[in-house]
Structure formats: C-alpha cells, structure tokens
Design a protein around this ligand. Structure first.
Ligand code: ZN
Ligand code: ZN
Length: 209
C-alpha cells in the first residue's frame, strides 16, 4: 500500500519468477525500496509495467520502475490525456517530485498479458476514468479491477473523463459477467469477490440502474 492515497500496488508472479507490476504508486525512497526489496528478495524478473488507469496515485512509481527494470509501460490509449494531465496535477496533490513516464505500448479489450505460465486478459471498463482497464485471469480466478469496483463500493466519477452511468455499465457488462468465485483485487482497500459484490454492493443493485 503506497502513498497518501493508500493505493494498492500489485506484483503478480509465478513459479517461473517472471512478474508484472500493476499501478506502482511508490513515491518516496522508502516506498521505492519496499518495492525493489520485494522484487530482489523473491528474485523476480519484471516483464511488464501495467497501469489500470492513470490517476496520480497509481502512476507515481512508473518512471522508477521503467528506469530500474527497463520495463515497458502498457496502458489504454484513451488514458493518455489523463496521464499527461498528472504532470500539472501532481504538485497540486503535493507530489512535487513526481517524474512523468511515457507509455511504450497500448492495450485494448481482449489483449492478452502473458508472463511466466500466466495469461491475463484485458477488460475495457471505463467510467471512473475514460481509458480504465482491468486484468482478468480465468485460470487463477482473479481480476485486478483498479478503481472500478471496491468492497461494497465503486469508483468515484467526479474526476475529468469520469461518468457514473458508464461505470455502472462497465461493472454490469464486464465484471459481473465473470464467475461469482473470482476474487477482485481493487486499487484501494481489501479484496472481495464478484459474487459478494453482486449480492451486497449498494451501488450496483439492478434496481438502481
Ligand atoms: Zn483512480
Ligand atoms: Zn486510486
């Protein structure tokens, strides 16, 4: 958990020691060391750097990861204007040492992220942010949902490019079509499952649509 926004950074690895880093929110030296210590202690090889979306709390460590591991940055093309806007917004949030990183590749719905023996498919889930994507592994039964769906909550939609109806649509048409026993790893807070959120999430009840 990194930075003042308590953002969840994920490092997904398997027995081959290959890994991908998702949304590196590490900002200060202590947080960067925590990330790099984890990588070195587990002897991981970083294959890719992925962003679910480009709000400042999810991208603070992008340039650090790119420089340290030489990894390419992948995100959705629609998210580039959000990424560029953070150059100015960072200092408003007090992140004066933010180093912008440039994307190397773009991801689209249906693309496959492959590393080690793992395959994650890309889901396009806009609403919280216009180019928001999620990463789903059918085999591992996990989805990294960024700031779309939280334990009993959903992402805010009052930031530029946000749209509440689009968000709820993304949840119903993409996330809620996954099996109930899929674990949701969100960008903030604790994990949950698709089944639990279908039953108890107050923002996603069908009657509210
Ligand atoms: Zn966000
Ligand atoms: Zn966030």
């Amino acid at each position: 958990m990194f930075n003042a926004f308590q953002e969840n950074t994920y490092i997904i690895s398997d027995e081959t020691k290959e890994c991908v880093i998702v949304d590196p929110g590490c900002y200060d030296d202590h947080e960067k060391k925590e990330l790099s210590d984890y990588i070195s202690e587990n002897q991981l090889r970083v294959k890719m750097l992925l962003n679910t979306h480009c709000h400042i709390d999810h991208i603070l460590g992008n340039e650090f990861v790119k420089q340290k591991y030489g990894s390419n940055l992948y995100l959705h093309k629609t998210e580039v204007f959000v990424l560029n806007a953070q150059k100015i917004l960072a200092s408003h949030y007090g992140f004066n040492l933010y180093q912008p990183a440039t994307p190397d590749n773009y991801l689209n719905e249906g693309d496959l992220i492959e590393f080690g023996t793992q395959k994650f498919s890309v889901l396009f889930v806009p609403g919280h942010s216009p180019g928001h994507i999620a990463f789903y592994s059918e085999k591992e039964k996990v989805v990294l949902a960024g700031d779309v769906l939280f334990l009993n909550s959903v992402g805010r939609t009052d930031l530029p490019g946000g749209n509440h109806n689009t968000l709820i649509d993304s949840i119903h048409k993409k996330l809620f079509t996954l099996p109930d026993d899929v674990t949701v790893y969100p960008g903030h807070g604790n994990e949950t499952t698709i089944g639990v959120e279908k039953r108890t999430n107050p923002f996603c009840a069908l009657t509210l649509r």
